[in-house]
Design a protein around this ligand. Structure first.
Ligand code: C5P
Length: 232
């Protein structure tokens, strides 16, 4: 797995997803499937996209007791997703159980990354609702270190945090960064953003790009622009 652009396929149905991906003739983009599409279409959507040749980041953010997560991860591993994730807040025991569940009899497994603190959570909400009083940037780094110590492969984080995650956890620990916008594009509801070129400069391993590609007049051209800025 190297540097790549992952398209967030935030569509409501398989039909919409396939209509979108059919535009990419000769290209098989790495795609992210989230809760909406997975809950609507079930495992069949993963099998179908795999059979069409796409790599898949299954963004289901598991967070439960270790035994439940282990069993659920064994199912996702058999689906042959390439990247799956959990909440680091589930603790070391849960992350270790997730890894165990993911690992196939032949020793192979999908990559497992952790969600640290959701970017929708701010300092005030974290203190008020979770009683966590440390600075949020330190909390994010602590979650990243905990994930690394549990044996995970990386984290989903803001591109603004990627450099510090690499400093703290090492260059080989993957940073998968959403919040990507073109310099001349619409920002929408994202707040802390970077361009694909900036994300490349700060060392993101994968960028997750949704609306700048899915809502573009020419999604294929927008994807190629992401590839050119981030990979090329
Ligand atoms: O459309 P946009 O490029 O903003 O999509 C970004 C994708 O990354 C969405 O699927 C969103 O749910 C996801 N994401 C995010 N911020 C996080 C974690 C995931 O934007 N912290």
């Amino acid at each position: 797995m190297g540097k790549d652009v992952i398209i967030a396929c935030d569509f409501a149905s398989a039909a919409e997803t396939f209509a979108f991906l059919d535009r990419f003739t000769g290209r098989k983009p790495f795609v992210k499937i989230g809760m909406e599409l997975f809950y609507a279409e079930g495992p069949a959507i993963v099998r179908e996209l795999k059979s069409r040749g796409h790599k898949i980041f299954l963004d289901l953010k598991l967070h439960d007791i270790p035994n439940t997560v282990k069993k659920a991860m064994a199912v996702l591993s058999r689906l042959d997703a390439d990247v799956v994730n959990v909440h680091a807040a589930g603790t070391t025991a849960m992350m270790e159980a997730a890894l165990e569940g993911l690992t196939r009899p032949d020793g192979t497994r999908p990559l497992l990354i952790a969600v640290t603190q959701l970017t929708s959570t701010d300092q005030a909400a974290m203190e008020r609702d979770l009683l966590i009083r440390e600075p949020i940037a330190d909390v994010v780094m602590h979650y990243a270190e905990t994930a690394k110590n549990a044996g995970l492969d990386g984290v989903v984080c803001s591109p603004l945090e990627a450099e510090r995650v690499h400093e703290t956890c090492g260059r080989g620990f993957l940073t998968v960064t959403p919040g990507i916008r073109f310099a001349d594009g619409e920002i929408g509801d994202q707040k802390r953003i970077m361009t694909p070129a900036e994300a490349k400069r700060i060392g993101s391993d994968y960028i997750v790009v949704g609306r700048p590609i899915t809502k573009a007049d020419d999604p294929v051209a927008a994807y190629e622009r992401c590839i050119a800025e981030f990979v090329g």
